[in-house]
Design a binder for this molecule. Sequence first.
Ligand code: 8QM
Length: 402
Amino acid sequence: MSTPGSAVAGVPHLDVDPFDMKFFADPYPTHELLRETGPVVCLDKWKVFGVARYAEVHAVLNDPVTFCSSRGVGLSDFKKETPWRPPSLILEADPPEHTRTRAVLSTVLSPTVMKGLRDRFAAAAEARVDALLEQRSFDAIADLAEAYPLSIFPDALGLKPEGREHLIPYASLVFNAFGPPNELRKEAIARSAPHQAYVTDQCQRDNLTPGGIGACIHAHVDKGAITATEAPLLVRSLLSAGLDTTVNGIGAAVYCMVRFPDQWQRLRGDLTLARNAFEEAVRFESPVQTFFRTTTREVELSGATIGEGEKVLMFLAAANRDPRRWDKPDSYDITRRTSGHVGYGSGIHMCVGQLVARLEGETMLSALARRVASIEITGEPKRRFNNTLRGLDSLPVTITPA
Ligand code: 8QM
């Protein structure tokens, strides 16, 4: 037998819980332990396999036939348990079904669509920074990392103004639900009904403003690419994955800038570095920390035998700091060659919204760098605890104008 619960030759067991508060408070020593213990480990607490080195994380992400997504990318195996919501038609799907839905989202989030959004995103970033310069002291999470995406993304999708306060709680629920049945997940699901009701409603064609990304998804029904039943679920994917991720990505970038002021000054000296500075923040903090896959057959991975139907936990954040792959992995360096990081995943499921994320990150960092001379922490940063997302709850700062 090769189940994680039993002794398996060549696969070391660890009793760490990568979903508990002590781990979230400082995951880095445990990431190192996971990487150094072996290429594949058994995590006894949740009876799953784990991979934390870059090579194995990359290998699992790039073999979607063996390591499937259709049985869920959280701990729960959809073949054995009923999912908490109808499965995502893209995230929780395998080819060939995945190929068709992915193509639709890829089209509505294409480089051409980004061209139409750029000026609006840039103007909103400048306006947000101008307002913050009036305040001087503010919370970089609520007033910047959340306020900026909230000022552009719901409008880009075409959501009505009412009820948008559900968006972040809904996303927080989605990302907690990928985790094990701990307090975070159970509490989130127990409180989920109003957020789910809001999201389900907003995904309907009639509730989406013409010209928005949501309406564009529904337009693909008329072209025959997807059915009228599928379209609302694809809109739901953008409501699930499109906001809290960039909130935590932008939060990570600002948190990097306040901790590494030399990198901030470098950015101020060369605004063309803004896009890579954001990318490096995604590598360095990995807003999406982990994902699971499920094996569709017995498979050998770096000498370990993994049976069929096993959950494999990929530590994206640990791979993004694996010294086997990265020079000075724990340094935030805005001129680093970041390509190949797995902060957006890799392979066929690699973030379909990555151009939106990068556009938001780049426009905000360049607006800040153009107008702000220094950013200083003025209070204790508070962490936000989530089974999948890494980020802060509050980051008190004071800025000085350029
Ligand atoms: C995570 O609902 C979805 O399709 C979905 C939810 C969460 C994500 C992706 C897709 C990876 C950002």
